[in-house]
Design a protein around this ligand. Structure first.
Ligand code: SAM
Length: 294
């Protein structure tokens, strides 16, 4: 949905834009192609993405090798207080999923890492070694949305008491007998999703980021967010609709609604059947566009 993202940003050639998820740089390059004197700041927390960014020579381009949960702070470091547009293409990149040693994919064997920035924080291996049954139960239920979350959590804890879970193969060996017959791949993917979300603190990061958006966007500026699962899309949708991640819109003393953003499209934009045929990952993508509500 590259075209839809670019249209959503309503790019002005002299504007200032932020791509908070540089990845392989596809969206960033397309934005830069539309800029003349404008500038693009791109965030990514993955050192592999930083290597990719070195291939870009546009004078208006700056890579910020950091987590986008600190968007406001880092932009300020670069002397920027407000911008014309922010793009977030959430989740992991195809490079991350296709690199076995990063541990994101159920298709390979490799170390259980799953950190987007492998230099900080707790890896999937550490999480599986340290989390209690109750914590694992909660993570698998909330972020994996699996039905037998408690049994799976218990199985993981008893397996690790015999032998540490170091690799993807170790994890899959524990999961295999618990997976619904014929739906093993989906089950593995749900468990991996839950672990990835916890390891990278994805929900907290998304909320911290969204809260800064109304302050960072200029009046008339655009927020474009692409999410690939409902756990991510729901808080984006709620925040755009009500200024809150859960619950209803707040009202001020006079009963006026306090809504920092206003949706540009009533419903999320989804990929066309042609795009899904070309890129199956686009099947679950939901694109939402908003601007400050003044
Ligand atoms: C789906 S990919 C983006 C692909 C990109 N739009 C392109 O055209 O290649 C998401 C990227 O965002 C990065 N990322 C995800 N969460 C992040 C965060 N909180 N802070 C910084 N980068 C993040 C990941 O490391 C990954 O490279």
């Amino acid at each position: 949905m590259l075209t839809e993202c670019l249209d959503g940003l309503a790019i002005r050639p002299e504007g200032i834009y932020v791509d908070v998820t540089f990845g392989g740089g596809g969206h960033s390059r397309a934005i830069l192609n539309q800029l003349t004197t404008g500038r693009l700041f791109a965030f990514d927390q993955d050192p592999d993405a930083h290597e990719q960014s070195k291939l870009i020579s546009h004078p208006g381009f700056t890579l910020i090798p950091a987590n986008f949960r600190f968007i406001r702070q880092y932009l300020r470091v670069h002397g920027v207080l407000q911008v014309d547009g922010i793009l977030a293409d959430l989740g992991i990149s195809s490079h991350q999923i296709d690199t076995p040693e990063r541990g994101f994919s159920t298709r390979f064997d490799g170390a259980l890492d799953m950190r987007m920035n492998p230099t900080v924080g707790m890896s999937a291996r550490d999480l599986l070694a340290e989390a209690s049954v109750e914590e694992l139960h909660r993570y698998l239920g909330m972020y994996g949305e699996i039905k037998n979350a408690k049994t799976t959590a218990q199985a993981l804890v008893s397996a690790r008491s015999i032998r540490p879970l170091n690799t993807i193969a170790d994890l899959k060996a524990v999961l295999q007998p618990l997976a619904p017959r014929g739906k093993e791949f989906k089950f593995f993917a749900q468990v991996f999703q839950a672990i990835r979300i916890v390891v990278n603190e994805e929900m907290a990061v998304l909320e911290e980021f969204l809260q800064q958006v109304p302050v960072v966007l200029k009046p008339g500026g655009r927020l474009v967010v692409m999410a690939y699962h409902s756990l991510e899309d729901r808080p984006v949708k709620n925040f755009i609709r009500s200024g809150k991640f859960y619950g209803d819109v707040e009202k001020d003393f006079f009963g006026n609604e306090i809504k920092p953003l206003r949706a540009i499209t009533r419903k999320a934009i989804e990929a066309s059947p042609e795009e899904v045929a070309r890129n199956p990952r686009a099947r679950s993508a939901k694109l939402r566009i908003a601007e400050p509500n003044l």
